[in-house]
Design a protein around this ligand. Structure first.
Ligand SMILES: *Cc1c(COP(=O)(O)O)cnc(C)c1O
Length: 376
């Protein structure tokens, strides 16, 4: 069976976990966490990163930092993972789902503008498949209406928009290190605090609502309860694992990109023949080969291809069921504007196996089976 995903292991993970055990500090914000933060701050050129237990936790921190609550509205795509919405619904805000651009499956700026009301406080963008949203337009809309922008960059570490790393453009950016993502530590995440006035509060929220970070730096002589917060730190064991991956980030990137380009090149004739559509990468975007997907004509064809691949021992998967059609999505949110593309296009997506170290033989086999599906 060719799996859909295999967590990436590059070599130093065990060694660094062993070092973490010997350093007598397993809780968060230790030496390995600092190394990971320094790596991200230097590589991405951002002010402040905080390692968290997940991208979900990072989104929850971002929701606290934007101070949204009952009566406020948060605009986001319906075509995304549950956590994008749940983090803001947890604060009592109403989730406003809007349509996407079918070329990238990213939020459509015109649909954002159409959904803005006096109650709107935040725009959450999702860089689907590590391909950037139209950030110039979105930041312009946000500044015109004085809104916060949160980038759900869960899939987008090391992608750029006009040369700017994703996650560093909005007021807050969030990454995931779940084992389905390019760089992993099992479960983990990061919050980028690009909005400087929020840095101190972000540290307090991460430390259960206390000013412990200031205490550790010797800035105050005891720490106390200052604000709402939770336990939003990543264990040093996970940070040690993650650091091994970040050190080898270029190697992981190159390997995934090679597979991505190979799929694209081999499946291109099927697009020319009109059987499928392949991802569009806008000129101003550099992506990170997070995902290789193709689009079928409709949901039935998609299921047929996935079944056929499964019969050939290949795991191909689909996602997302649009959130506005889900049980909780209806309760905590509403779709504003026309659903031209969200439902229709989401039914067409098939994701092919793509992970660090997948062999050329396996990729060739996936390509062959996909081609065979259309010739029969
Ligand atoms: C993976 C993912 C998340 C959730 O990440 P976790 O680290 O598992 O919490 C959130 N948003 C998007 C778009 C994702 O792809």
């Amino acid at each position: 069976m060719i799996p859909f995903n295999k967590p990436c292991i590059t070599g130093n993970e065990k060694k660094y976990i062993h070092e973490a055990i010997l350093q007598n500090k397993l809780s968060g914000d230790g030496p390995f966490s600092q190394k990971c933060n320094e790596w991200m701050e230097e590589r991405l050129g951002c002010n402040k990163t905080l390692l968290t237990p997940s991208c979900t936790a990072s989104l929850e921190m971002a929701a606290l930092l934007t101070e949204v609550g009952e009566g406020d509205e948060v605009i986001m795509p319906s075509y995304t993972f549950v956590s994008t919405a749940s983090a803001f619904a947890l604060r009592g805000a109403k989730v406003i789902f809007v349509d996407i651009d079918p070329k990238t499956m990213n939020i459509e700026p015109a649909a954002i503008e159409n959904a803005i009301t006096k109650r709107t406080k935040v725009i959450v963008v999702v860089h689907y498949a590590g391909v950037s949203c139209d950030m110039d337009k979105i930041m312009e809309i946000a500044s015109e209406h004085r809104l916060f922008v949160v980038e759900d960059a869960a899939q987008a570490l090391l992608s750029t928009y006009k040369g700017e790393p994703l996650g560093t453009i909005g007021h807050f950016g969030t990454f995931s290190f779940h084992d389905t993502k390019n760089y992993t530590c099992g479960e983990g995440g990061a919050l980028l605090v690009n909005h400087k006035p929020s840095i101190e509060r972000a540290e307090i929220i991460q430390e259960k609502g206390t000013n412990r970070s200031q205490f550790v730096r010797g800035m105050v002589d005891k720490y106390t309860w200052r604000d709402l917060g939770s336990s939003f730190l990543l264990s040093e064991l996970n940070a040690a694992f993650l650091y091994a991956q970040l050190e080898n980030a270029n190697q992981i990137y190159e390997n995934r990109m090679q597979t991505w380009k190979y799929y694209y090149q081999k499946l291109y004739p099927l697009m020319e023949a009109g059987y499928i559509k392949l991802p569009t990468i806008p000129e101003e975007c550099m992506h990170n080969a997070h995902m290789f997907y193709l689009k079928m004509k409709n949901g039935n064809e998609r299921q047929a291809l996935m079944n056929d691949l499964k019969d050939n021992d290949i795991m191909a998967v689909s996602h997302y069921v649009p959130l506005h059609t889900s049980h909780a999505g209806k309760k905590y949110g509403a779709f504003i504007g026309e659903d031209h593309y969200t439902t229709k296009e989401s039914e067409k997506i098939v994701r092919l196996p793509l992970f660090y170290g997948i062999t050329k033989e396996d990729v060739d086999y996936v390509v062959q089976c996909t081609q065979a599906f259309f010739s029969s």
